[in-house]
Structure formats: C-alpha cells, structure tokens
Ligand binder design. Structure first.
Ligand code: PMP
Length: 384
C-alpha cells in the first residue's frame, strides 16, 4: 500500500451534517444563530478595501494585536459573557466572575479554530507512553486526536445523572500519570462543574501532569477556570470564537495559560504551520473582542431562548438536562432519538443525533433564535 502505517490509526471526526440539497434551519452544530458584531463586518471590509497589499503578504505569525484584544476582552467580561454587566457601553465582569489578576497577551495562544488548538495541545502535553483521562461522553474530537498522535486514552463513564465522575477520573489519572482533559460545561451533556469543584480536582491531581479544561461553551452560564491560573501552573484553558462570539466561520480558537505553556504550544505550531491565522481572521477576531458589549447581549438572548425551550421540552414530557451551554440534551420516553431526528429533518430542521451506544436515545438541540425555536416547537407538537 502507498499509505503510511499511521493512517490506520485515523478515525476522522464526524461533524454535524451540512447538507446542500435544501435549506434547513440548522440546530445541529452548536453554531450561534446571530451574526458577528457589525464592527467585525466593518473591520473586514475596511481591511480588504484599504489594505489589499496586505493580502499579498504573510500575516503576523504571532497574532499580537489579536492576543492583546482577547486578553482585554477576558479582563472586561470575566470569561463568562452572559453574566457580564454593561453600563453605557462599558463592560464589567459579574462580581463572581472577576479575574483576580490581569490576563496578559503572553497568556494567550491562538489557532485556526479550537480544533486545531486542541490538536496542538494534545501534541504538546500528552505522551504516547501514558494514558490520559477523559470522560466517556465528551467532545468526540478528543479520541480522534488520540488516534492521530497515537496517545492511549482512558475513558471514564459518567455518573448516572450524566455528570463527570470526578473521583474516578482522579483515581485513574493518578494511576496512569498522563494528564486529564474534559469540556466544562461538557458536551453533549451540557452540564458543568463549578470552579471550586475543578479547583479541588486540580489540587488532588499531580502538578507534574497537564490539566486541560475546554471552555467552548462557558460563556452561556458555566464557571470559567481562568481565575485558577494564578494557583496552578499545569492548567490549560481552551476557548473558541465559534459559539458565544458568533464566529464559527472565522475559525478562531485560543488557549489561556501561563506563558511557559503558551510558549510550548507555540513551538508545536511553528513546527507545523507558522501562520495558522490568516490576516483577515486576525482583523475580524480583534474587532470582535473590541465589541464585548454586543456579545454580552447575544449570549443573553441565547440563554433566554434556551431556558424557554427547556421549559417547553419539560412540559412536552422530555427528560432534559439543565443546560449551561447553547444546546439542550434531551430524550423522550415515547420516541427514539433517531426517529425524532429523522422526523424533524423531514420538516426542514436539523438537530443532532449520535448513534453512540449509551446516548442513542438522546438528541442534542442547538439553541437558535426565538423564531427558529418556535418552528421547532411547532414541529415537535406535530410529531409528539
Ligand atoms: N470544543 C468543544 C467542546 C466543541 O463542542 C467544539 C465544537 N464542536 C470545539 C471545541 C471546536 O470548536 P472550533 O474548532 O469551532 O473552535
């Protein structure tokens, strides 16, 4: 065969479907239904119109302006947009989210979506000689990277209430010595640990092993672990523009960590692709971070719509988890997950169903606009 032996370990990620045959209301990939801030559009148009020569030059490999803008945004909102307070256009963190130090640009690393960032983080901190620990049901890209880099993994079942089995994760991490990763809030369950629960977890784990928290959804009501960076040197927090910053198409993800760890990930990046962020992505991301107030508002709208839809699902007889994210994870006693997904699709709406044993009864529903969720309500009312 002409393929390398490595290719045999690949089990590519399967994203939420993106059909081209018809226009669906897309509630299957946890995208944000709102467009990025108008300031993003302005900045991109201005850049392309007035600096066409810059499109012919390599972009800043270190994305310095963007890193400064991300750090500034985090200091302003405390890392949880839906709870931040806006007064006269100025954004302040909710008291419980205030970061007890200043996040500095050297604590930020950015990449082409958090998928790429996660991949480099896996390469940088997990080893092929030691198993790393993750929950059994979590972001399904983690096992894909494990295969790609040939890193053995140890998947810990969730508890009966679908929360993380923290004690078991710590026991196995202690035994394996290869570090820990989980999403907080977790996907697809939508449930989160409090910052204090994560603090206790890190305290009980080894300071010599990496502890990775993926905060892709934290802006919709979780508790960010950024404040813990003052206490723990082995903590890496991964975040994305794709959810709360309405920017899945911009392909921007980042980590927040102590500068030594940021430098390690940068070394990996510079060994693969010196310029993962193109010039337009850097401009659009910087403009997004400078309009925090806009995203506080869109995050609040998503949270409000989510809570309304949660009540609808409960009234309709669904078992539904109390979400801290922009999606709901639910199952109904009278219809299988796959059948519900198929029937909803036939009506022109896409939700997500996983054929994975253990969660096959559930569907995962991304929160869209209030109007889109009304459509889904009508659809469920017809089906159930
Ligand atoms: N982490 C989690 C938990 C996710 O659900 C996703 C998106 N599906 C990502 C990371 C990746 O997001 P992106 O590459 O768009 O930044």
């Amino acid at each position: 065969m002409i393929t390398s032996s490595r290719v045999k370990n690949l089990h590519p990620y399967v994203p939420g479907e993106q059909p081209k045959d018809r226009v669906y209301i897309k509630l299957n990939a946890n995208e944000n239904p709102y467009a990025p801030s108008p300031k993003v559009q302005e900045a991109v148009l201005d850049f392309v119109k007035n600096n066409p020569e810059k499109l012919g030059l390599y972009p800043d490999p270190d994305s310095l302006e963007l890193h400064a803008a991300i750090a500034d945004m985090l200091n302003k909102c405390g890392g949880v947009l839906c709870r931040a307070q806006v007064q006269g256009g100025e954004v302040q963190p909710a008291p419980e989210d205030k970061i007890p130090f200043t996040v500095t640009p050297d604590m930020i690393y950015t990449g082409n979506g958090s998928d790429e960032v996660l991949s480099f983080v896996f390469y940088a901190f997990f080893d092929s000689s030691k198993k790393f620990v993750m929950p059994q049901f979590t972001y399904s890209f983690y096992p894909v990277y494990a295969g790609y880099y040939n890193i053995p993994m140890d998947q810990v079942p969730l508890k009966e209430d679908w929360s993380l089995d923290v004690d078991e994760m710590l026991t196995r991490a202690g035994r394996n010595g290869g570090g820990i990763i989980f999403a907080n809030p977790n996907a697809p369950t939508s449930l989160g640990l409090t910052r204090d629960e994560v603090r206790q977890m890190i305290k009980k784990s080894s300071p010599d092993e990496i502890f990775i928290v993926d905060e892709a959804y934290v802006d919709f009501g979780g508790e960010s672990c950024i404040p813990l960076l003052a206490e723990f040197k082995n903590l890496v927090i991964v975040r994305t523009f794709s959810k709360s910053l309405c920017g899945a198409g911009q392909r921007l993800g980042y980590i927040v960590a102590n500068p030594e760890l940021v430098n390690i990930v940068t070394t990996v990046k510079n060994s693969v692709n010196h310029f993962p962020l193109d010039a337009v992505a850097q401009v659009s991301g910087t403009a997004a971070c400078r309009d925090v107030a806009y995203y506080v508002e869109t995050s609040r709208k998503v949270v409000q719509t989510r809570d309304d839809f949660y009540n609808f699902l409960r009234d309709k007889g669904f078992y539904v988890l109390k979400s801290q994210t922009n999606f709901l994870f639910a199952k109904h006693p009278s219809i299988a997950g796959d059948e519900l997904y198929q029937k909803v699709k036939a009506q022109g709406l896409l939700i997500r169903h996983f054929n994975t044993p253990g969660i096959e009864d559930f569907v995962r529903i991304t929160v869209g606009t209030a109007e889109q969720m009304e459509e889904l309500k009508n659809c469920f009312n017809k089906i159930i």
